[in-house]
Design a protein around this ligand. Structure first.
Ligand SMILES: [Zn+2]
Length: 376
C-alpha cells in the first residue's frame, strides 16, 4: 500500500505519523511568523531572529498538537478503545480510533480531553510568558504559543462534527436520545452548516482583500463540510446494509483457473476484454489463492508467457475473505480496512462467490438507495 506519511515513532504505544501535507503548513506558518508576525511585534529583531523564532514556534505548535491528540488517545485507552495512530496533516492532528466509542459518556470525555489539553497549554505558555518578560526571544515564542493554543481550544469546541465540539455535541444528543444514528445525523448536519459558514466567511474575507486568510478559512470550511458529508454518507450506507448478509450481495460471476496457468493465458482469456479484476486459483480442486490485476501489473509484460499464476497470486492464507453469513456492513468495513475492492466468499475452504464494491452497489440499487429515481 502507498505510504502517505512518515513514521515518527511511538508515544505510549501509539504510532505518530506525519503526513507530507504537514510540511506545507510548517513552511507557511514559519514564513508567516518570520516575515509578518514577529517583525511587527518585535521591531528590533533581526531577520535571523525572526526566522529562528518562526521555526521554533511552529515546531512547538506541532508538539502542542501532538499533546492535544494524546489527550484524546489517553482517555480512549482508559475506555479500552484501541488508538490505531495519531496523524498530523495540513489542518492539524487526527487520532485514529478503532470503531465508535461504546457509550455517550466515553465519546464525551474522549472528545473534550483534547481541547482541555490545549487550554492547559495556553495557561502554561501564558505563565512562561509572564516570567520571561526580560528575555524577548522566549517571551515572543511563548506569547504566540499561549495565543495559538487558546485559539486551538476554542476552534475545536465549535459544535460541528467532526470537530471535537461536534463530537461533544453528538455525545450529548446521544446521551439524551439513546440513539447514536440520530445523534450522528444531527451532529453531521450541524457540521455541514459550520463548514458552509466558514466557506462563506472565507469568501467574504477574500472580497475584502484579505486573500490569504480568506482562502485558508474557506479551505478549512471545505474540509469540515466534506468530512461531515462523508460521515452522513457512511451513516446512510450503514443503515441500508444493516440486517443484510454477504449472501444477498455476492455474485457468482467469478472464474477459477488451475495454478499452472500462465499470466499470458489469464490475461488473454479473463482480464483483457472481459474486464475481470480478479481470479481464483485452484490446485487439486482446492482454493489456494487470489490473483488480482494489481498483482499482474508487478510482472513485466515480457515475462507473462512463462510466469505461472501461482507465482504471482496472493496466497489463500493472506487473502482477506468472508463467510456467506457475514453481515454486509462488516464485510465493507473489512474491505476498507484492508484496502481491497473484492472479497472471496468462502465456506469450508470452498469458493461460493465474490463480494465486490460493484456487487455492493448493485445490491444497494436493488434496495432503492441508488438509481431508482422517481420521475414525475
Ligand atoms: Zn481534538
Amino acid at each position: 500500500m502507498r505510504k502517505k506519511s512518515i513514521s515518527l515513532g511511538k508515544i505510549l504505544g501509539i504510532p505518530i505519523g506525519l503526513d507530507y501535507s504537514w510540511f506545507l503548513i510548517l513552511f507557511l506558518l514559519s514564513w508567516m511568523l518570520a516575515v509578518s508576525y514577529f517583525p511587527i511585534e518585535f521591531k528590533s529583531w533581526s531577520v535571523a531572529e525572526c526566522w529562528t523564532a518562526g521555526i521554533v514556534t511552529t515546531i512547538m505548535l506541532f508538539v502542542s498538537v501532538v499533546l492535544h491528540e494524546l489527550g484524546h488517545s489517553i482517555v480512549a485507552i482508559k475506555y479500552k478503545i484501541k488508538v490505531k495512530q495519531i496523524n498530523l496533516f495540513l489542518f492539524g492532528g487526527i487520532s485514529e480510533i478503532a470503531g465508535e466509542p461504546p457509550k455517550a459518556s466515553a465519546e464525551f470525555w474522549i472528545a473534550i480531553a483534547g481541547p482541555i489539553v490545549s487550554f492547559l497549554l495556553a495557561v502554561i505558555f501564558y505563565g512562561l510568558q509572564t516570567i520571561t518578560v526580560n528575555l524577548p526571544f522566549l517571551f515572543g515564542v511563548f506569547k504566540y504559543l499561549a495565543f495559538i493554543n487558546l485559539i486551538l481550544a476554542i476552534f475545536n469546541l465549535i459544535p460541528g462534527f467532526p470537530l471535537d465540539g461536534g463530537r461533544i455535541f453528538r455525545a450529548i444528543v446521544w446521551g439524551f436520545t439513546h440513539n447514536l444514528h440520530k445523534a450522528t445525523y444531527i451532529a453531521a448536519m450541524v457540521g455541514r452548516f459550520f463548514g458552509f459558514f466558514f466557506i462563506f466567511l472565507g469568501v467574504l474575507q477574500i472580497f475584502n482583500g484579505d486573500i490569504a486568510n480568506g482562502l485558508w478559512i474557506a479551505l478549512i470550511g471545505w474540509f469540515l463540510e466534506s468530512a461531515a458529508m462523508a460521515q452522513l454518507q457512511q451513516q446512510v450506507l450503514e443503515e441500508h446494509l444493516t440486517g443484510h448478509t454477504v449472501a444477498e450481495a455476492m455474485t457468482n460471476d467469478y472464474a477459477i483457473v488451475p495454478d499452472d496457468t500462465t499470466i499470458q493465458e489469464v490475461m488473454d482469456n479473463h482480464f483483457l476484454g472481459i474486464g475481470r479484476r480478479s481470479l481464483f486459483i485452484k490446485k487439486d480442486n482446492q482454493f489456494i489463492g487470489l490473483l488480482t490485476l494489481h498483482k499482474i501489473k508487478e510482472v513485466p509484460a515480457d515475462k507473462w508467457a512463462y510466469t505461472k499464476v501461482s507465482d504471482v497470486m496472493i496466497s489463500h492464507l493472506e487473502t482477506q475473505k468472508v463467510d456467506v453469513n457475514t453481515p454486509l456492513w462488516d464485510a465493507l468495513t473489512k474491505m476498507d480496512k484492508n484496502g481491497v475492492n473484492q472479497l472471496p466468499v468462502m465456506q469450508n475452504n470452498e469458493v461460493l462467490g465474490v463480494l465486490s464494491r460493484e456487487s455492493l452497489i448493485t445490491f444497494l440499487s436493488s434496495q432503492g438507495l441508488w438509481g431508482n429515481k422517481k420521475v414525475a
